[in-house]
Design a protein around this ligand. Structure first.
Ligand code: NDP
Length: 335
């Protein structure tokens, strides 16, 4: 049921206690509970990212305040605004900026945030499609922008995507294939090969290929790579890069460490590009969302997306950390 603008209260998932995993409850909250901000938004949808999974389960200290409404993404309609850039009725997107960590987030029918954190919803996207993309998809685009700003081109050679059946991975495969790249998808779920091929992967490889002991230099395979996994996987990817290849590191689903040598950097001129979505400057975000609106294939996006009601979040959070979520999860906060 959609939130009534005139109502004083709204429904949210509230996380209490930050140590040993928070207690999660669906609560009816007074709008006075919301934090400081100049724009109030009636939220349509949020999403579940890996980081939200860590926040909801207490797998990492993501939630910095208790009690806290988690959810690092939201899309909805401006209800009221003291910010000259936003008017009631405007459709907006928010990703990151500490929302869902230090500032109440997207798992709620209402959000009050700083207008400078908001991106106007591009015309071609619905609020649901924007959340099907979410932080995972916007990060996939930041990775592609970083690779291309560094000179990668579709005719430069094959591009590898690790963690390919996950959120960042699925959208990266789809976007890269749509731009004409030859994409190899690495996955621990080889049964998802038909899904990854339908997204545009020309080859699917088992993730085990990247979990072997790391050689300083291995056979040259990739001109570019989008890595969402980290750890031994990223170290092996680095050792397999072609001369002058580029890799973006955005994730740690396989580990925070990086057991690599400097050989790929000093002998092959390989470049390792870090990507952060949370504090990325507004201009980069606007560029990423404009490109997403024009480059995402709506059919492929739909095929990788499942929508859940807010009450299913705790179970879905455990699933995403266990690597059991395929593609993207949209959260309908009004269902
Ligand atoms: P998902 O859980 O949707 O995707 C992660 C994928 O990684 C899984 O689907 C799985 O893919 C693979 N994977 C999971 N566990 C392991 C493991 N132990 N070893 C190897 N591969 C594994 O998460 P998201 O796509 O939302 O996020 C991916 C990563 O990117 C996360 O670490 C997240 O924190 C990070 N991230 C960082 C951002 C930033 O700003 N830097 C922004 C967004 C995400 P498969 O089954 O295909 O192998």
């Amino acid at each position: 049921m959609r939130h009534d603008n005139a109502a004083d209260s709204f429904r949210a998932l509230l996380a209490t206690g930050t140590e040993n995993g928070p207690v999660l409850e669906l609560r009816q909250l007074d709008r006075g509970f919301l934090m400081e901000g100049d724009v109030t938004i009636a939220v349509d949808y949020s999403t579940l990212n890996y980081k939200d999974g860590l926040a909801l389960t207490g797998g990492a200290p993501i939630l910095r305040v208790s009690p806290m409404i988690p959810g690092v993404d939201l899309a909805g309609i401006v209800e009221s605004s003291r910010n000259p850039d936003f008017m009631p009725g405007d459709k907006v997107i928010l990703n990151g900026w500490g929302v869902g960590e230090r500032h109440h987030g997207g798992y709620a029918q209402l959000a009050r945030v700083r207008g400078e954190w908001l991106i106007p919803l591009p015309e071609r996207l619905s609020t649901r499609q924007a959340m099907a993309i979410g932080t995972a998809g916007y990060t996939a685009m930041l990775c592609i922008m970083a690779l291309e700003d560094d000179g990668l081109r579709p005719d430069g050679g094959p591009v590898l995507v690790t963690g390919a059946a996950g959120g960042v991975g699925s959208i990266a495969v789809s976007l890269l294939a749509g731009r004409g790249y030859t994409v190899t998808a690495s996955t621990g779920r080889v049964e998802e090969a038909p899904y990854l091929q339908a997204l545009g992967a020309s080859t699917v490889v088992a993730r085990g290929e990247f979990q072997t002991p790391v050689k300083p230099l291995a056979k040259e395979r990739w001109a570019g790579a989008v890595d969402a996994v980290g750890g031994t996987t990223l170290a092996n990817v680095l050792s397999q890069m072609r001369y002058g290849g580029r890799v973006t590191a955005c994730g740690l689903a396989g580990g925070m460490d990086l057991p690599a040598t400097v050989a790929p950097f000093i002998l092959r001129g390989v470049r390792l590009l870090g990507v952060d979505s949370v504090m990325a400057p507004r201009q980069e975000r606007l560029r990423a969302w404009q490109r997403l609106a024009s480059e995402i294939d709506p059919g492929r996006l739909e095929s990788m997306t499942r929508t859940i009601p807010i009450r299913e979040l705790p179970a879905a959070a455990a699933d995403i950390l266990a690597g059991r979520v395929r593609g993207r999860i949209v959260v309908d906060v009004n269902a």
